[in-house]
Design a binder for this molecule. Structure first.
Ligand SMILES: NC(=O)c1ccc[n+]([C@@H]2O[C@H](COP(=O)([O-])OP(=O)(O)OC[C@H]3O[C@@H](n4cnc5c(N)ncnc54)[C@H](OP(=O)(O)O)[C@@H]3O)[C@@H](O)[C@H]2O)c1
Length: 273
């Protein structure tokens, strides 16, 4: 059975497999985005903090794809989440991306110095002005996500999620409130590609470890993985994860790899679930 190529939350349909662009810069980023869009990707994840929005915009332009065929998510950096900061950061993102709107605007990391109501209020204004289609957060543990939902109609929490890090609380809340969980670092930044169980399952299917992990994520309700891949070969292979079919037993073995392993945990991280 093929996994669905799109995910629908709160009536919004989103291409399920995105291209992550963290650490993709300069011409490598332009080429990666153009190439991914030519291969059939339709969802690109970037951030103000990645310093590559201009290159993402160039790649989008070079691909010749229509703007309305591509879902672009970007993120507000945490150093200025005031109302003015939201406005200014977003306008810079839109200018660099060479677009009139982004499909999804996220708070990249929570920052307790600015009331959530202020940041999310400014994001709602941007949405009402048509500069942003949908709103969301990233790196919000479940309690903070619940609080954020009181201030704005969010459709997404982007968190680290892969077989080594289960995220049961965020997933449960996302399913209860019909949100997308964008799974970042879905390959645990490559660690999972060396896992014995993942490799055994890949060998049984004559596919790659990355495809096994991505298919495991694609099979789950409300989950959209955004692997980063610098080479065309990896980008094409990741898209072909839709063609891999896992059994219930294999999905169970992969879920059993959970070990609370987090690859991204900076000093400003919130208290995780
Ligand atoms: N919101 C946040 O705070 C946050 C934090 C981290 C990441 N993210 C987002 O999530 C995206 C993905 O996360 P990530 O970049 O940390 O890690 P990741 O996607 O888990 O792993 C990327 C690594 O896997 C390799 N890879 C990808 N496809 C492969 C394949 N088919 N075969 C073999 N190796 C493969 C890549 O190699 P090559 O590059 O050589 O292809 C790279 O070394 C980021 O780019 C970013 O957009 C968000």
């Amino acid at each position: 059975m093929t996994a669905d190529a799109t995910l629908t939350v709160q009536g919004v349909t989103i291409p399920r497999l995105g291209l992550g662009t963290f650490q993709l810069t300069g011409s490598d980023c332009v080429v990666a985005v153009r190439d991914a869009l030519e291969l059939g990707y339709a969802h690109i994840d970037t951030a103000r903090a990645y310093g590559n929005e201009a290159q993402v915009g160039q790649g989008l332009h070079d691909s010749g794809r229509n703007r309305d065929e591509v879902f672009i998510a970007t993120k507000l950096w945490r150093d200025d989440l005031s109302a003015v900061g939201v406005h200014d950061q977003l306008e810079q993102s839109l200018r660099d991306l060479r677009t009139e709107y982004v499909d999804l605007l996220l708070i990249h990391w929570p920052n307790g110095d600015v009331p959530l109501a202020q940041t999310l209020g400014a994001m709602r204004e941007a949405q009402e002005a048509g500069r942003v289609r949908q709103l969301g957060v990233a790196n919000f543990p479940s309690a903070l996500l619940r609080e954020a939902l009181e201030h704005a109609p969010l459709i997404c929490d982007q968190v680290e999620y892969h077989p080594y890090l289960g995220q049961p609380q965020v997933l449960a809340l996302a399913r209860e409130r019909d949100l997308m969980v964008t799974a970042y670092s879905p390959l645990a930044q490559g660690e999972l590609l060396r896992d014995r169980v993942v490799r055994e399952i890949a060998a049984a299917h004559d596919c790659s470890p990355a495809q096994v992990v991505l298919r495991w994520l694609l099979d789950q309700p409300n989950v959209a993985p955004i692997p980063k891949a610098s080479t065309r070969e990896h980008r094409a292979a990741n898209l072909a994860a839709f063609d891999v079919e896992l059994s219930d037993e294999e999905r169970g073995r992969i879920a059993g790899l959970e070990r609370g392993r987090r690859t991204i945990n900076p000093s400003w991280a919130p208290d995780w679930d």
